[in-house]
Structure formats: structure tokens, C-alpha cells
Ligand binder design. Structure first.
Ligand SMILES: [Zn+2]
Length: 163
């Protein structure tokens, strides 16, 4: 295991409550970095504040926690023992927001990749990312990163639907 990963794991202790800098995200970042990719983090000028932005590839990566984003896996389908209605509502809202965010990003010409935390990353970059970053996939779609885009935000700084 590289020094980057060790540092990454250590950094986990300081990770934010809101799912930023979670371990799977750090793994993806370490793998991208190791392969020489340049990226930006938590770009708040884009809908949904994507975890990782690869401007050269006009691509964004979301590293989703299975529970919060209701993945179709064991963890994603698990139900807490208490406050079931509360969690159900909260997670349904997250899924709706994710869908809206993906749609808005795509409509602006961004390619959206979702990496689930349950997917093993020990063998290298998750397949959707590896495929995207193959040299042939860049082609003519090389578009410069746009300037600061107007993103409406709600009372708590969360992006809201802009129609
Ligand atoms: Zn999962």
C-alpha cells in the first residue's frame, strides 16, 4: 500500500459528517493521482458539488455511500431498526436530488460517473472511470472548464433545482 493511501486513511478521522472525504473517495483520488490525472475536488460551481472533477475529460465523479444514496446492494437496501419512516423519506429525497443533479450536469455537457462505496477498488480504478479515461475516449469532446456557473443554493448552501 502506498504512502498516499496511508495518509488518506489517516485523514479519514478528520472527514466531514456530510460524506466528504470518505474513504472510498480518497481511494479513487489516490488511484487517479497515481496515474497522473489532474482533478479538482468538490467543485461548488457545479450542480451537486461533484466529489471529483476532471476538466480535461469534461467528467465528474460522485463517490456515493450505499446507504445514503440507496444503492441496490445489501447495505443500500438495509433499513435502520428505528425511525424507519424518517430514514425512508430522507433517503428518497437524496435519490431524487441525485437524479436531478445528474440531469443538470449532463445537460451542461458533463459526463457523470457514479462510483459506489461497495465496489472493490483494490485492483485499480473502478471500471467506469478506467473506461472513461482511456485516451480514445477524449476525442473531440475536449471542452475547457467553464467559468463560475450560476448555481442557485438553498438556505443551507445546498444546490437546489434550477428548472
Ligand atoms: Zn452498494
Amino acid at each position: 500500500m502506498s504512502d498516499t493511501l496511508t495518509k488518506a486513511q489517516r485523514h479519514r478521522c478528520m472527514s466531514a459528517i456530510h460524506g466528504r472525504n470518505t474513504k472510498p473517495e480518497l481511494l479513487v483520488r489516490a488511484l487517479l493521482h497515481k496515474q497522473g490525472f489532474r482533478f479538482r475536488l468538490h467543485a461548488n460551481f457545479l450542480p451537486g458539488k461533484p466529489d471529483i472533477v476532471l476538466p480535461k475529460y469534461r467528467a465528474v465523479i460522485f463517490v456515493h455511500g450505499c446507504f445514503w444514496h440507496s444503492h441496490h446492494c445489501k447495505r443500500g437496501r438495509s433499513t435502520p431498526a428505528t425511525n424507519q419512516a424518517f430514514w425512508k423519506k430522507k433517503r428518497a429525497a437524496t435519490v431524487r436530488r441525485d437524479r436531478s443533479v445528474r440531469r443538470r450536469l449532463r445537460s451542461r455537457g458533463w459526463r457523470v460517473i457514479v462510483v459506489w462505496e461497495c465496489r472493490p477498488m483494490t485492483a485499480g480504478l473502478p471500471r467506469p472511470i478506467a473506461r472513461l479515461l482511456e485516451p480514445a475516449s477524449i476525442g473531440t469532446r475536449r471542452v475547457p472548464l467553464p467559468g463560475k456557473l450560476p448555481v442557485k443554493t438553498g438556505s443551507r448552501g445546498c444546490p437546489v433545482a434550477d428548472g
